[in-house]
Design a protein around this ligand. Structure first.
Ligand SMILES: Cc1cc2nc3c(=O)[nH]c(=O)nc-3n(C[C@H](O)[C@H](O)[C@H](O)COP(=O)(O)OP(=O)(O)OC[C@H]3O[C@@H](n4cnc5c(N)ncnc54)[C@H](O)[C@@H]3O)c2cc1C
Length: 362
């Protein structure tokens, strides 16, 4: 199994110092990405031949988990950047990858993923929100995205799914904030993760040429990137759970009769992490999504219960400002885990459809 990632000490201290400000949005949001980039995090799990540090996606999952132990805002920004890098690694558009990877790996450029809409579209929950009309030498795009993170004010590229007015299958494209017609809203007024550069996007008569197409067929591309997309997302639950369980110990879980509950959560966390690593290593999630969906649900539940155990072990002290802000921040962070797409309700609906289909086939 890939071991947990040890962050450079300078980065760990920086995250501990700024975790509260990142959550509250009292630090300039554009500060975060270069800090993560300077620590080399975006190179993890990227082939050396492409400018990375080698390893595979499991190393990136563990790196996101290590950051999530200290700040979920930072971990989610890391996820957005790393997911975009993953799209490039898996895109057949090699020249786009070669052009874009160096600045993304160094965090000179921010990469964002606006693919919640596409993932919900694949599940039949919503229609695609950007339409592409073929023109003589390009496509013209119109529409928008309600939620995208890592939209750095200094500039960004964002992956989005577009439906096509000519009836061809939807495509996945990369849009650049510098293009005419790409408009970022102000930061959304969030209750937590406020330093994540999360905003809405309006796409108004944007001209897009073929060289910015990540994949011509979203229905082929999305299932193939889904294991990495979801696996990297699981890193957030893993890190949050580890931090909360450690805090539960420190707050005297054993003295307060919670030793067994905490040990059970630690065991189930360990088992889920092992299963996630195995599935990512042998590629089984590419053809069988259901076990990966179950792991995402299990890890989100574990994170939720871990924060509850931290609360139980702390008792009333959890409500005292002087006890430290860590618990209250983790409580807010934990509220995000079930709703990030694919949400737990979406996954449960997918699984019951899957189980019903299996039943019919049996
Ligand atoms: C802080 C923050 C940052 C975000 N960053 C990004 C980002 O970078 N990129 C991105 O693409 N998105 C991002 N999102 C969006 C996020 O991933 C979810 O898509 C969004 O929060 C849920 O969409 P909604 O509120 O429009 O859900 P709704 O469509 O209003 O649905 C409400 C809930 O019901 C579920 N649901 C709806 N219909 C069904 C159904 N038929 N069956 C089962 N379940 C269903 C949904 O999954 C959701 O959990 C972000 C959201 C937040 C809060």
């Amino acid at each position: 199994m890939t071991p947990p990632c040890a962050l450079p000490p300078g980065l760990a201290t920086w995250l501990d110092t700024h975790a509260e400000a990142l959550d509250r949005g009292t630090l300039d949001s554009d500060t975060l990405l270069p800090v993560l980039g300077d620590a080399g995090l975006f190179r993890i799990g990227v082939p050396a031949a492409l400018g990375g540090a080698g390893g595979d996606v499991r190393d990136a999952v563990e790196a996101i988990a290590a950051v999530a132990e200290r700040s979920l805002t930072a971990a989610f920004v890391f996820w957005g950047q790393r997911a975009f890098i993953e799209y490039l690694l898996q895109s057949p558009n090699h020249s786009l990858a070669e052009r874009s990877l160096p600045s993304l790996l160094e965090a000179r450029q921010a990469g964002a993923t606006g693919l919640s809409n596409a993932m919900k579209f694949l599940s039949g929950i919503e229609s695609l929100q950007i339409e592409a009309c073929p023109q003589a030498d390009c496509w013209q795009l119109n529409g928008g995205l309600h939620w995208v993170t890592n939209l750095r004010k200094a500039g960004f590229v964002v992956a989005a799914a577009v439906s096509r007015s000519d009836g061809q299958p939807p495509a996945i494209v990369a849009l650049d904030s510098g293009w005419p017609g790409v408009q970022r809203s102000d930061d959304l007024d969030l209750v937590a993760l406020r330093g994540s550069n999360t905003a809405a996007l309006r796409i108004d008569q944007v001209a897009l040429s073929d060289e910015h197409i990540l994949h011509i067929d979203a229905r082929a591309f999305l299932p193939s990137v889904r294991p990495a997309f979801l696996g990297l997302q699981c890193g957030m639950s893993i890190g949050l759970a580890r931090a909360a369980l450690r805090a539960a110990h420190e707050s005297g879980a054993a003295r307060h009769g919670l030793a067994d509950d905490v040990a059970n959560l630690e065991n189930s966390l360990e088992q889920s992490v092992q299963a996630l690593h195995q599935g990512l290593a042998d590629g089984r999630f590419k053809t069988a999504a259901a076990p990966l969906f179950r792991l995402r649900i299990a890890l989100a539940d574990t994170a939720q219960h871990a924060v509850e155990q931290e609360l139980m072990a702390s008792g009333g002290r959890a409500y005292l400002q002087s006890h430290g802000a860590g618990f209250a921040r983790r409580w807010r962070e934990a509220a995000f885990v079930p709703i990030v797409t694919p949400s737990l309700s979406q996954l449960r609906a997918e699984l019951s459809r899957h189980d019903a289909a299996q039943g019919l086939a049996a």
